[in-house]
Write a protein that binds this ligand. Structure first.
Ligand code: ADP
Ligand code: ZN
Length: 757
């Protein structure tokens, strides 16, 4: 008898089996009952990991409850096989956080808990030790600066050319594994570059800690403004979240560090979240400078074993401060006193797979559960946070001036509709004004940053004369051009209208399709400024982040004259020698079919503008646009968050279509290789929502769609989505949970989505 074998003695001398409810890291919204062998009983407590049999495998689960009611008689519960934790891996508040994530985001608890622990702790085998120490790297050994040489070298080898240019674009050197797996380059093409004498293989030690070499001088004394903000924060009740709204270059980092210093001095621990750690070496160095060995840097270059080690050091209290990207919000910091979310508006805080949590919002909940303080910081806060600040839920502190009374750089808005372009620019929007500014900076040995946000893949229709973009009458987002059948279509609600031949505003007769990013910018700039050292940053993949890191170092050392790239070059960088920043086309993101298009554009332009003039030489920003009257562009040119918010917040409230922060939003995405099945799945979701809304929720939801996603097809799957808006968070929670449990992964549930593409 199983029961006799695993029994606990009762006071009266008889025995009775004990059971544990265990959460398994699988997308199933239920727990499983296991028998607790008496020998393991002391360790089988809520939050502890246990190894249990599941079908024919063994898996790691987490104990939710012990002494749960015995399972139904038909079910024979199997015994827990092992309990490796002397102390439960998941503390009670973190377990409660997992439950909150599960409920709020409509994710099975198993998936929510899975996010809480590093991968190695879910392995039945002993956690993997440090991964392989050496890896094969391909490095360019010969430069082909001129176009002619390039044409000649790759005359009959187009794939080799692609490989060459990809390698060049990411800094001239990259792990072979990355080139093949992530960039899809062919091994033969890489070998070809080597036989051709253009590149060579080397085996290099895997980057252990890319931040190890960074040093930071001792922090300077706080300015009066910084002192005022630190004092204000410390005087704010712990349970009130704080927003530091400080212009670019106002010294927010030093304020965080000073607050954290007092948190740590009082015996507590802290977490500092940064949007993308490879792009924030300067911040990491400053944290190390203050906290030294007390810091665990949770960067993406860690192996599974190293990650588990860092986790344990924090769990045991050997390290007190965790720095990392969004997942660091789960760092097992002991006696948590504060969580800082730097650049809180960044969309990289949102996790793209289940559980689709937003680290800023999880930080608030965790802080509430553990009695810690939350500090959000940004030069361009999200409208969600500004809204909370306006209502007093969040206490706001301003840092209105740059350090050293440096002025914010003047921004010149250049009109792409009318201002003169250089003659041979062809497809590249390159005006004489920007050209002269870049030339001037190069002549003075100063550095230039050029932003080209190339993510404009959805094609919209714009009048070349007045700049008007056709948008949906119901959803107030840009309509997307479709070719077959020819129509303009709304990607939120499905509204369709014929493609107009004349502009509805000014009557001009030819309408132009826009939205494709100009791939040629780098090429063009190279031809235009042949003597300049140019680097490009834009591939958004794990391994290349370290290449980006190297590019940033070269930039800091003055080995690069022009840094060009996508939004990643707009962030947090502090290069005093950058005197010219050019936004080559501010409109690429402005007309994406996403209600945050204007907000993103404002943030991006204001942030990249903030990279200029950080040193004594000052600086100037050039923003090229066809929409100079647009509130996002106008506010960014004035570095004015309040002006942007004043324009944008009313646009998201009735009588206009309501959007966050005025209402909550959830998105349901159905995808399938077969277009019809994706569509039908989305239709079923929409029908279910409409019925639930009228039968059980007294109509508080507003259901949009189904409609094809703006990115209609991704990785071979057709995508349709349904959007749900509600002013009542609980109603939204109910449908999110119900569909999350019903759909079992066939439909993605995304509450508070940051992207609607
Ligand atoms: P932000 O994050 O607000 O854009 P940073 O924290 O990067 O600004 O600070 C901008 C620059 O000012 C950095 O080079 C930083 O070292 C410097 N700085 C910050 N605080 C002080 C201070 N109190 N005294 C002197 N320099 C400072
Ligand atoms: Zn619409």
């Amino acid at each position: 008898m199983v029961g006799a074998q695993h029994a606990a003695p009762l006071p009266d001398g008889t025995t009775q089996p004990r059971y544990a409810e265990v959460v398994l890291p699988v997308p199933v919204p239920r727990t499983y009952s296991y028998l607790i062998p008496p020998g393991l009983a002391p360790r089988v407590v809520p939050g502890a990991r246990v190894v249990v049999p599941m079908q024919r495998r063994q898996v790691v689960g987490v104990v939710a409850v012990v002494d749960a009611p015995a399972p139904a008689p038909r079910v024979t519960a199997k015994p827990v096989l092992a309990a490796p934790d002397a102390e439960p891996a998941i503390t009670p508040p973190l377990f409660a956080l997992g439950v909150w994530i599960s409920r709020y985001y409509g994710t099975p608890l198993g998936l929510a808990l899975r996010a809480l622990l590093p991968g190695a702790l879910w392995s039945v085998r002993r956690p993997a030790g440090p991964a392989e120490q050496v890896e094969r790297v391909l490095t360019l050994t010969a430069a082909l600066p001129s176009l002619l040489e390039r044409e000649r070298a790759f005359k009959r080898a187009p794939k080799r050319r692609v490989a060459y240019e990809a390698l060049e674009a990411i800094g001239g050197s990259a792990p072979v594994r990355h080139l093949i797996a992530r960039l899809g380059l062919s091994p033969a093409a890489l070998d070809g570059l080597v036989t051709q004498g253009l590149a060579g293989y080397t085996d290099v030690p895997r980057a252990r800690d890319p931040f190890a070499g960074l040093s930071s001088p001792p922090p300077p004394d706080l300015t009066a403004d910084q002192r005022r903000v630190v004092a204000g924060i410390l005087a704010t009740p712990v349970e009130t979240p704080v927003l530091i709204q400080g212009v670019t270059g106002s010294g927010k980092t030093l304020v965080y560090l000073d607050v954290l210093r007092s948190v740590v001095a009082s015996g507590n621990g802290a977490i500092l979240l940064v949007p993308e750690i490879a792009l924030t070496p300067q911040t990491v160095a400053r944290v190390r400078g203050v906290f030294g060995d007390q810091v665990a840097v949770l960067h993406s270059g860690l192996s599974d074993g190293e990650r588990a080690d860092a986790w344990r050091a924090l769990r045991r209290g050997e390290r007190r401060v965790a720095v990392g990207p969004r997942s660091a919000v789960f760092a097992p910091v002991q006696r948590l006193g504060a969580i800082v979310v730097d650049e809180e508006h960044e969309s990289s805080y949102k996790q793209g797979t289940a559980p689709r949590y937003h680290a800023r919002d999880v930080a608030r909940e965790r802080a509430r559960l553990e009695g810690a303080r939350v500090i959000l910081g940004s030069a361009t806060p999200s409208l969600e946070t500004l809204h909370l600040a306006a209502s007093g839920t969040v206490a706001r502190f301003d840092l209105p001036d740059r350090i050293g009374a440096r002025p914010l750089p003047p921004v010149e808005v250049i009109d792409l509709r009318s201002d003169e372009r250089v003659p041979d620019a062809r497809g590249v929007p390159w005006t004489v004004a920007l050209d002269e500014a870049v030339r001037g900076a190069l002549g003075r040995r100063e550095q230039v940053i050029l932003l080209l946000n190339r993510r404009g893949f959805a094609t919209y229709l714009q009048c070349p004369a007045c700049g008007d973009v056709r948008s949906c009458p119901r959803c107030a987002i840009a309509l997307t051009v479709h070719q077959t059948p020819a129509a303009l279509r709304c990607h939120y609600c499905g509204h369709e209208e014929p493609i107009p031949t004349v502009c509805g505003v000014c009557g001009k007769e030819t309408q132009r399709m826009r939205g494709l990013g100009t791939q040629q910018l780098e090429h063009f700039v190279g031809l235009r400024f042949p003597e300049a050292r140019i680097a490009r940053m834009d591939l958004d993949t794990t391994s290349t982040k370290w290449a980006h890191h190297r590019v940033l170092e070269r930039m800091a050392q003055g080995q690069i004259d022009i840094l060009l790239g996508t939004q990643m070059i707009a962030k947090g960088l502090d290069f005093p020698n950058v005197t010219v920043v050019g936004v080559v086309d501010a409109d690429t993101g402005l007309h994406l079919p996403d209600f945050r298009a204007a907000e993103r554009t404002f943030q991006l332009v204001a942030q990249v503008a903030g990279r200029a003039g950080r040193g004594p030489k000052g600086g100037r920003v050039y923003v090229q646009t066809r929409a100079r009257e647009h509130p996002a562009i106008r506010a960014a040119a004035l570095h004015s968050v309040s002006q942007f918010a004043a324009a944008e917040l009313p646009l998201r409230a009735p009588p206009n279509p309501a959007y966050p922060p005025h209402v909550g939003l959830a998105r349901f995405v159905a995808s399938h290789e077969d277009a019809g099945r994706a569509q039908r799945a989305a239709e079923r979701v929409a029908a279910w929502l409409v019925r639930a809304n009228s039968e059980r929720l007294s109509g508080v939801l507003s259901v949009l769609g189904p409609a094809p996603c703006p990115i209609e097809r991704l990785k071979g799957r057709w995508r349709w989505h349904v959007l749900v808006k509600a002013a009542e968070p609980r109603a939204l929670g109910r449908v999110v949970r119900a569909l999350g449990a019903r759909a079992r992964g066939a439909v993605i549930v995304d509450r508070d989505p940051v992207s609607l593409l």
